[in-house]
Ligand binder design. Sequence first.
Ligand SMILES: Cc1cc2nc3c(=O)[nH]c(=O)nc-3n(C[C@H](O)[C@H](O)[C@H](O)COP(=O)(O)O)c2cc1C
Length: 177
Amino acid sequence: MDFYQVIKTRRSVRAYKRDEIPQDVLERVLNAARIAPSGSNRQPWKFILIKDRERKRQLAELCHHQSFIAQAPVVIAGCGRNIHYNRGGWMGDCSVIVDVAIAFDHLTLAARAQGLGTCWIGSFDNEGIKKYLGIPDDYNVVALTPVGYPEDDSAFCETQDRLPLQEIVFYEQWGKK
Ligand SMILES: Cc1cc2nc3c(=O)[nH]c(=O)nc-3n(C[C@H](O)[C@H](O)[C@H](O)COP(=O)(O)O)c2cc1C
């Protein structure tokens, strides 16, 4: 699938078929996260896959009752270790979130290329999920996503709901178009 077609048709999917994901397909998706770039190549991430029906249900509850999450055959939690990396700027403490987010974006795009839907979940109870999944103290949850085949093929329609380039791009200095 053409790269731009993947990007243009990656949408948040909130209804899933129960169909299982073949292991080789799942591994291709996970591999896309594995090879993502990270600051100083620290790769401060772990990915937890949850397939058990009851555990997915509990997890969806811990995502502020977003029950559609549990419909998908797999839920992935992306976790990052905060290394308090000091780059002398304000990015230091944010870098774990940036790193895991890049890897997770690779994952969601690779999933789309495999015909799989995802939905980035940023609304969740970090402490509750850490306790439930046994995540160590020095890690936090950065994002979760259900992964599965969309209930409806139209889920992959192109979005029109984005700001135009003229509104978000400046040249040479702030405000200059
Ligand atoms: C950081 C982040 C957090 C998000 N959290 C949630 C969430 O908790 N629940 C949800 O249903 N969608 C969530 N979304 C999905 C956004 O609502 C969605 O990406 C946005 O509306 C654009 O739609 P699209 O993904 O279909 O293009 C999140 C997306 C991002 C990037």
